[in-house]
Design a protein around this ligand. Structure first.
Ligand SMILES: [Zn+2]
Length: 279
């Protein structure tokens, strides 16, 4: 009898472990189904997030339920005396969740907290030269993404990224793209890929586009991606994500193969979020 109970418990444990995300999702759905964004919350998004206004009704409601989940599961903390109010949390969560709008909970499973500074902030750094001499200096930053699950953002730059939805810069997209990249345990520009995309195909298309950007910059040729993307593969992925969402048509024209790969990876086509230009 004891053996039967042990075997039953073992099977139960294996099934629970195997379906842990489904079980957790079920409880989250029960927990958050009573919560939804208020009319005032949606007005904030409409006013400060131009891309939200371009989403279909279905996309808006999916993003809204992601925002509710995100605000319930992640901490957003003010730094340097900044008090985080409801609109601030909404905008940060909305930008973060847009990247994973067509994915299911848990979103950004490694992310625990977002630290919000009023504006760009100073970070003390030290470096050692060839002779072993250590020098101390400070650098100014707008944001960071730590592999341990903390993001740091300048609130001023969060707002600025939303104010100009077609300039290819959005701090939240950039830093959360790093989090997607870091889900593999490495920061190298290759996120966890769906089964439909092989790592070989990603590597080939991605590296080709990255090398092309480096060449365009070296020879002062025109390019759509911000030059910061040429820093390394991780920055290229973060910059490519910003460009993908904010300048989809130029991206598609310049790097069609990478564009289609990113549509497959993110599971949305941001071209639909930008009104067709009229000439
Ligand atoms: Zn970066």
């Amino acid at each position: 009898m004891v053996n039967v109970i042990l075997i039953f418990l073992l099977i139960l444990f294996v099934v629970a472990y195997w379906r842990i995300n489904d079980i957790q999702r079920y409880f989250w759905q029960r927990k958050y189904q009573q919560h939804s964004l208020s009319a005032q919350d949606k007005e904030i998004l409409r006013r400060y997030m131009p891309i939200y206004r371009q989403l279909s009704n279905e996309e808006q409601s999916r993003l809204e339920s992601h925002i509710v989940w995100f605000l319930g599961e992640k901490r957003i903390l003010g730094k340097d005396g900044l008090t985080v109010n409801r609109p601030m949390g909404l905008i940060v969560a909305a930008d973060a969740c847009l990247l994973v709008i067509n994915q299911s909970w848990p979103l950004y499973p490694n992310v625990k907290e977002v630290l919000l500074y009023p504006s760009s902030y100073y970070v003390p750094e030290s470096s050692r030269d060839g002779a072993g001499l250590v020098s101390y200096h400070t650098t100014i930053r707008q944001g960071e993404s730590w592999p341990g699950g903390t993001l740091v953002l300048s609130w001023h730059d969060v707002l600025e990224g939303n104010r100009l939805p077609q300039d290819g810069h959005n701090l939240v997209f950039h830093e959360f793209a790093h989090q997607l990249d870091q889900q593999t345990g490495q920061t190298n520009g290759t996120p966890l890929l769906p089964k439909s995309i092989t790592y070989g195909r990603w590597g080939t298309v991605f590296t080709r586009a990255y090398q092309r950007l480096k060449t365009q910059i070296a020879y002062h040729m025109p390019h759509t991606f911000h030059p910061y993307g040429a820093t390394n593969e991780a920055e290229f992925f973060a910059v490519a994500t910003e460009t993908f969402i904010e300048k989809p048509r130029q991206f598609k024209h310049e790097e069609p193969e990478l564009y289609h790969l990113m549509v497959e990876y993110f599971r949305f086509d941001p071209e639909n979020w930008h009104p067709t230009p009229t000439f």
